[in-house]
Design a protein around this ligand. Structure first.
Ligand SMILES: Cc1cc2nc3c(=O)[nH]c(=O)nc-3n(C[C@H](O)[C@H](O)[C@H](O)COP(=O)(O)O)c2cc1C
Length: 209
């Protein structure tokens, strides 16, 4: 891929995104619980994965793993594992992404970080440090996933209300991965949204040092 630097001082970009882009990604984007019947093309899920994968992870380790549940049979299996309040929104969503984290991600570092053969060792000092790195980096990728989906015109409905052990057993058997959360994907239906909830002010959540 060509180097995309386009500012004379060497910065990658010289200006912020247009307001409409910020609206789409953040300011107007909302958690969606009501869905149009409009399907999501498989090619769009491939593009979503490609964009998500471009976000940074430690030593490019990319521990996120995803199962996209979209068939009627797949939905029928998944729904009983969800909290009651999440079932209808998930039944109606064209796709439900099961977002997980590969606890053995370091096995792929020969491919993902080939110029540093010792990179594997950075993550395998102890089971706890491997797990920390897996969770940290997969969580980052899961955040990129939501923003990438929005960038592609999809709406998202993330959900933590489900039987995590049962969902992990069903979609990632063998114990090498853990499910983090689910995310419905599709196109929002015209339905009343809950009021936007407050966000913490800068001075409460941030400090300057
Ligand atoms: C990890 C995660 C878990 C969530 N779990 C649920 C859930 O189980 N059910 C649900 O209806 N909403 C769930 N939400 C939605 C949040 O409540 C919602 O994103 C938040 O209140 C912000 O809403 P907004 O995006 O419309 O501003 C979850 C969101 C995230 C990111």
């Amino acid at each position: 891929m060509p180097d995309s630097r386009n500012a004379p001082d060497g910065a990658l970009w010289s200006s912020p995104l247009a307001g409409a882009c910020l609206d789409r990604l953040f300011l107007q984007a909302r958690t969606t619980r009501a869905w149009q019947e409009r399907p999501v093309a498989p090619a769009l899920l491939h593009e979503l994965y490609r964009l998500m994968g471009m976000g940074p992870t430690s030593a490019n380790c990319q521990p996120a793993r995803i199962v996209f549940v979209q068939s009627a049979a797949g939905k029928a299996e998944l729904l009983p594992l969800l909290d009651a309040g999440n079932r209808e929104q998930t039944r109606l969503a064209p796709v439900t992404a099961v977002l997980a984290c590969d606890l053995h991600f370091h096995e792929r570092l020969d491919f993902l970080y080939p110029h540093q053969p010792q990179a594997r060792g950075w993550f395998t000092g102890s089971p706890a440090s491997t797990r920390d790195a897996a969770l940290r980096n997969a969580s980052l990728q899961h955040g990129y996933f939501i923003i990438a989906a929005r960038a592609l015109g999809l709406d998202c409905g993330p959900m933590g209300g489900f039987d995590a052990d049962a969902v992990t057993r069903r979609y990632f058997p063998g114990g090498r991965a853990e499910v983090s959360f689910l995310c419905n994907l599709g196109y929002a239906a015209a339905a009343p949204l809950r009021g936007r909830l407050p966000r913490l002010p800068f001075d409460e959540a941030c400090a300057m040092a």
